[in-house]
Design a protein around this ligand. Structure first.
Ligand SMILES: Cc1cc2nc3c(=O)[nH]c(=O)nc-3n(C[C@H](O)[C@H](O)[C@H](O)COP(=O)(O)OP(=O)(O)OC[C@H]3O[C@@H](n4cnc5c(N)ncnc54)[C@H](O)[C@@H]3O)c2cc1C
Length: 527
């Protein structure tokens, strides 16, 4: 039986992740509107969420959807693991906290694809609005916004060595990847406050919880958008084994992320008519692009044994825990991906096409493989993949995971670039600053030398670095799912606001841009 408990709202938001927390907070600033936020996961009470260095311990926990891709033909038919946050804060509660916005040209490209209002000049004010940067306000940064952006409190000596290695190889030193230019080597700023993770739930949701016009229901899994004709009027969801419904007088806003937003649209009858009919789903709107245009950052590790006991591999000690609890300092404040670099593999490129993230630790197989001893490593990230995938329904069961056809390396150019990424990664670790620390290469390993051997190694070991986007892309072409105001095309009262609307994957980590686009969407709606 469907329960209709206090179920009339102005806005019903699905998903309390990075974007959903922004939307709930900004929309409920207006005391005259009633906002409901539905989240499938639970409260963010686990200690590992707060302690930065512990983020990988949340993998495959109850805070993780733990998706897997379909077997990847170009990756030896492996299924790749896709963690996604299932908890208040969503993926911002389990991510690596790297604060990167992307390259200025990424947003100019979005605008050029038929999305007025999304150029870098247009979106900079929303990045700044979100931000409370420890370094203060400037041309490129905001202070006093909800999200704490900080320098690492206790950076590791190996992370310094990585920056110096980049400089030794002739790359510029870059103290601010989110300033005038992205290229070069430096430390990442992190979404932390006084040494603890600052998720979207911490930054946006918790300060708004006392508002009488905001209702948050966790453990509430949205199963369908409800329509009257072509107008979205509410959301059906499961909570505690019961089917419930909530009505939205103004709008339903989908913030379920790149996997769930297309899944929920498809389940609700919005998507390619052929796919829907084959599953017996009534077609509300035939939108070809729902689930298409999937893009993700693929990475490959270059790792070494470390000859000195300075890495984070054995950081889980009582002393370090005490230092963290008492002073919020020490190795446990590390986000693991402490320093890095953005590199153009050809000087004529308009923007970097490789990103490096360095960790003073072995980071193999998402942290599940933990060799003995000490290690360090980098991930080389294919920043602008040509490959495109798609997400489709497996069944009409809303609790079943959809099929993720990531289609990694379907473009040969992507593989060539990752091979270059490994070769440059090796040069970085061969540089002088690593002389005091460099042990034997653990990955790919001395036996992997020629380009063909490196390519084979990539097929066996490349993994996602967790930035899927694009499955409900904004635009004006036939595959666009939402318009430049993030309204679902052909439907009234329905928007998608999350990483799925990015038309093209940005050249960098995706959390800051997701928060930015939600800030902008909230302004558009309130206007
Ligand atoms: C392990 C990991 C590390 C990462 N590291 C970084 C990093 O260091 N820096 C960076 O910038 N980015 C990083 N990212 C990526 C970044 O966190 C995401 O791009 C961003 O959080 C996406 O925001 P979103 O709002 O689109 O989705 P999410 O934050 O994933 O939010 C979606 C929310 O919707 C909920 N939901 C889904 N389906 C339903 C449903 N049917 N009903 C109700 N609720 C539902 C989910 O439980 C979740 O809370 C990382 C991601 C992961 C997973």
């Amino acid at each position: 039986m469907i329960q209709r408990i206090a179920n009339m709202f102005d806005y019903v938001i699905v998903g309390a992740g990075s974007a959903g927390c922004v939307m709930a907070s900004r929309l409920s600033e207006d005391p005259s509107v009633r906002v409901l936020l539905l989240e499938a996961g639970g409260p963010d009470t686990r200690r590992e969420i707060r302690i930065p260095a512990a983020f990988a311990k949340l993998f495959r926990s109850e805070c993780d959807w733990a998706y897997s891709t379909e077997p990847q033909p170009r990756l030896n038919n492996r299924r790749l693991y896709w963690p996604r946050g299932k908890v208040l804060g969503g993926s911002s509660s389990i991510n690596a906290m790297v604060y990167i916005r992307g390259h200025h040209s990424d947003f100019d490209d979005w605008a050029a694809l038929g999305n007025p209002g999304w150029s870098f000049a247009d979106v900079l004010s929303y990045f700044k609005k979100a931000e409370d940067n420890q370094r203060g306000a400037s041309e490129y940064h905001g202070a006093g916004g909800p999200l704490a952006v900080s320098d690492l409190r206790s950076p590791n000596v190996l992370s310094d060595a990585f920056v110096e290695a980049g400089v030794e190889l002739g790359f510029p030193r870059n103290p601010d990847f989110n300033g005038a230019g992205q290229e070069g080597f430096g430390f990442y700023q992190v979404t932390q406050k006084r040494g603890a993770r600052h998720s979207a739930a911490d930054a946006y949701l918790k300060p708004a919880l006392a508002r009488p016009n905001l209702t948050v229901r966790s453990g509430a899994h949205a199963t369908q958008v409800l329509f009257e004709g072509r107008r979205a009027v509410g959301v059906a969801y499961l909570r505690g084994g019961h089917a419930e419904e909530a009505r939205a007088g103004r709008e339903v806003i989908l913030c379920g992320g790149t996997v769930n937003s297309p899944q929920l649209l498809l389940l609700s009858g919005v998507g390619p008519a052929g796919q829907l009919r084959a599953l017996g789903i009534r077609v509300v709107a035939d939108l070809r692009g729902v689930g298409e245009n999937l893009q993700d950052h693929l990475e490959i590790v270059v790792g070494h044994q470390c000859t000195q006991p300075v890495s984070l591999d054995r950081a889980e000690t009582l002393g370090n825990l005490l230092q963290y609890v008492l002073f919020r300092r020490g190795p446990l404040t590390s986000n693991v991906a402490e320093s890095g670099g953005f590199v153009k593999t050809r000087p004529d490129l308009p923007a970097p096409d490789l990103q490096y993230m360095f960790g003073p630790v072995y980071y193999l197989d998402h942290g599940f493989t933990r060799p003995k001893g000490y290690g360090f490593g980098l991930v080389a990230v294919l920043l602008r993949p040509q490959s495109r995938g798609r997400i489709t329904l497996r069944s009409t069961d809303p609790l079943a995971h959809p099929a993720i056809h990531a289609n990694y390396l379907s473009s040969d150019a992507d593989l060539t670039l990752l091979v270059d990424g490994v070769k440059l990664g090796r040069r970085l670790f061969a540089a002088k600053p690593f002389d005091p620390y460099r042990g034997p290469e653990a990955r790919p390993g001395a036996q992997v030398q020629t380009d063909a051997e490196i390519a084979n190694h990539i097929r066996r070991h490349a993994e996602s670095i967790y930035h899927p986007v694009g499955t409900c892309k904004m635009g004006a072409d036939p595959l666009a799912v939402v318009d430049a105001q993030l309204r679902v095309r052909g439907i009234a009262g329905l928007r998608v606001v999350d990483a799925s609307v990015m038309p093209v994957l940005i050249g960098g980590n995706t959390n800051a841009a997701t928060l930015m686009l939600a800030e902008k969407a909230a302004t558009l709606i309130r206007r």
